[in-house]
Structure formats: C-alpha cells, structure tokens
Design a protein around this ligand. Structure first.
Ligand code: SF4
Length: 421
C-alpha cells in the first residue's frame, strides 16, 4: 500500500535540515503556539506584494511610476504593520526596515523600468512536482514570477530580502529554484531552456544560474533521499535539535529543551536570576569545574616534581647500592626491573607502529589472547542495529537497560554569540 506522505516543500525540507526538532514542532506535532512574525519576514512579504502588483499592472498595460510603487508599498506597510512584529537586531527599528524596503524597490524600479525586458507569464504561481515516476514523492511551492524572453528562454525568478549575497557556486547548488524548474518543465511545452534568477533586492543584484538535465536528475535523487531521512526521523521519533543563529527567529524557543531555561531566566531581573534554582545549580557546577581544573594543574605540577625526584632517588640508591631508603616517617623501597613496552594506543606518534603490531597478531591468530571486549563499541553496534540477528538476540541477554547521564559545560558566551542575530 502506498505510504500516506505529507506534501513537502523546499521550506519544509530546509527546516528539517536546519533543525529537526523545529520541524517536529511545526509539521509533526503541529504545536499550537502563537506564531510571531519577524520584521525581516514582514519586510520580505511587503516587498513581494509590491513587486507582484507592479507586474500585475504591467500585465494590464499599466506601468507604475517609481512614486506609485513606493506609495503602494508604504500603504500596505502602514496598514499591516503591528506591535507584534519582533525585531531581533535591536540596533534597528521598524522604520529602518521600512526604508530598506523603499530603497530596494527604488533600485529595482531604476534597474528594470519600463519592465519590458521579458514577458511575464505568471505571478505567485503554485507549482507541484513529482520526484519519481511512481509519483510517490511530491513537492509543492510558489514561484514569485515566471517570465519568458524574446529568444524563448523561460525564467524562474525569486525575490530575496536576505542580508547575505550568495556566491555563484552557492547559487549553482541552490535547491529551491532547481526544483521549481522540474515542475515548470512538466507544466508547459517548449521549456527546454530555463534560467534561474534570484533578485537580491537589498543589494540591487541579480544572480543567474542554469541546470543541466543531469543536475536535475541528481537533485531528484538527493531530495528523495532527504525525504526518506525525514520519514525515518518520524518513524523513530528522532528529532535532535540544532542550535544556530536561526534560534532567535524560532517560534518554539520557549518550549525548546535547548532554550527554555534561557527563555525563562533572561526575563528575570539580576537578583531573581541569581536565585533561580537552575542558575544556582549551573553556577555551583561551574565553580567545582574551575576548582577541579585548578587542582588538575597542581596535580600535573606535583607529578612532574615526583618524577624528577624519583630519578634522583633511583640514582642515589644505585650509587649507594641500596634498595630501601629511610626517611623521617616513611621509607622507600626502590626497585628497577628491565622490561619492555609496546607502542601506546593513545600516543599519536606511535599509532602506526601500534597498528602494525595489531595486524601482525591478527595474522598470526594470536589476537584473541591479548585483546578484550570493547563494551562501548558493542553497545554502539547493538544500538545501530549492526549486529547480525543471530548474535543480537544472544547478546541481548547480557545487556541491562541503563541511563547515561552527561553534563556538557560550555561558556555562556556561546549563548551570547547565538543572540547577536
Ligand atoms: S530554538 Fe533553535 S534548537 Fe530549538 S527548536 Fe528552535 S531552531 Fe531548533
């Protein structure tokens, strides 16, 4: 029976790649949470609205002046802006973003007016595509504008208001528009020649790229593989979180296990912050860690002194011809025995020699008497399902459930970095 799959889109897949836990919150659990709009998303949507209207007018033989374009943008900005828009980069205010939008549209108008370099075919066009012949893997998306040049080249255009300009190499690897190309080529005839065009509006830059048939075939396989990874995560309920700068824009920050304590304590005034139970536990732990590392340093120092002294003691005992030396409240038995050492397993300089020795013992069927069970490796093979079934069931009898607890300390600055946006 065909699997009942969710309909995927580039942005869903991108969410999974950037943080699987966010994907779970948003698309699997569909957590009922107040979704906030970031000022960046608001700016992007309003600029898209303005450009869509500009080209709708053009389709009806009306060409906006620059003032009309900016006025339309200003009107919808004013009507739709709200107190709820959130701004991560606090050094900027809502007005700064408005002016960025105006500047981007003015540059666009100056660059493309009178907008007849190519013919617009469709605006905000919904596209659906299948990645395989059996039509099991389906994707959908919206193309900002589809156009066609006089020489018959179809163009898939995407407006971006991101503050990072991709390199040509990054554009060449971009998945979104290439997927749309697959959909486009199924929808219309004569679409062999397709150009992918990104308008990086804040930079007044246009980036173009093309895909060969073989690139698209490879992309289909990679995307199916990614969907299979998503489905495996769903089947196994395995959605690890991945912290990044994007966390600042994440709607699930307050419920995310990586962020919920931070979300709670950063609202507290300094005194209450210090009184928070979690903060106190971390501070105590951190204090002991510092103490431990200081003691470790002292220990290393002490060990070096002991080693040095031992050398002197051996030399003294050898010269004196004694095996026992007497002190005020202790005596030392001093022995020296000539023996051997094998190449170390931990010293990198001896790694190769060690491997040669192991290989030699294996070849000589003498590995077993000198090796021992590596429990960690066994458990890993067991957990990863890599033990053959016949041995797996037998090994199982020896394994008992256990909870491995680990605390990974890191400097608080790591959090701050995440919050610079
Ligand atoms: S806050 Fe960050 S780590 Fe947590 S779910 Fe959102 S994106 Fe993932």
């Amino acid at each position: 029976m065909a699997k009942n799959r969710m309909t995927y889109s580039h942005s869903r897949l991108e969410t999974f790649e950037s943080c699987a836990l966010k994907f779970r919150f948003q698309y699997v659990d569909k957590v009922d949470i107040a979704r906030r709009t970031s000022v960046e998303a608001f700016l992007g949507s309003r600029v898209h609205d303005a450009l869509e209207q500009l080209y709708r007018n053009k389709l009806n033989a009306k060409v906006w002046t620059q003032e009309e374009l900016v006025r339309f943008f200003t009107d919808i900005w004013e009507k739709q802006k709200s107190e709820d828009l959130f701004i991560v980069n606090k050094q900027f205010c809502l007005d700064d973003y408005y002016h960025q939008g105006v500047k981007a549209l003015e540059d666009y108008w100056n660059r493309y007016h009178p907008f007849d370099g190519e013919k617009t075919i469709a605006l905000e066009h919904r596209i659906e595509l299948f990645l395989d012949d059996a039509k099991q893997y389906k994707l959908q998306g919206f193309i900002d504008r589809i156009s066609k040049t006089a020489s018959g080249v179809w163009q898939i255009r995407d407006y971006k208001t991101k503050r990072a300009l991709p390199t040509l190499q990054e554009a060449r690897l971009d998945r979104q528009l290439a997927l749309y190309q697959i959909g486009l080529q199924h929808m219309w005839d004569g679409t062999e020649n397709v150009e992918l065009i990104w308008h990086y509006l804040l930079f007044d830059e246009e980036i173009k790229s093309t895909r060969e048939k073989s690139d698209l075939e490879k992309l289909k396989i990679e995307t199916i593989h990614l969907i299979q990874q998503v489905e495996k995560a769903i089947d196994e309920n395995d959605f690890p979180y991945r912290e990044s700068r994007l966390c600042d824009w994440c709607d699930y920050f307050d419920i995310c296990p990586a962020k919920k304590h931070l979300a709670q304590v950063r609202k507290l005034p300094p005194r209450e912050f210090k009184e928070d139970e979690g903060v106190q536990l971390v501070d105590s732990y951190s204090h002991l860690l510092v103490e431990k590392s200081r003691l470790n340093l002292d220990l290393k120092d002490l060990q070096a002194k002991l080693d040095e002294l031992e050398e002197e003691i051996f030399e003294f005992a050898r010269q004196f011809g004694a095996e026992r030396l007497i002190g005020s409240d202790r005596q030392l038995r001093v022995t020296a025995k000539e023996t051997f050492r094998a190449p170390s397993a931990t010293d990198k300089a001896e790694k190769e020699l060690r491997e040669q020795l192991e290989a030699l013992l294996k070849r000589a069927n003498f590995w077993e008497p000198v090796s021992q069970l590596n429990s960690q490796r066994l458990i890993k093979l067991y957990e990863d399902g890599e033990l053959p079934q016949f041995i797996r069931t037998q090994v199982e009898r020896f394994l008992t459930p256990d909870t491995k607890r680990r605390v990974y300390p890191s400097r608080l600055k790591d959090y701050d970095d995440n919050f610079e946006g």
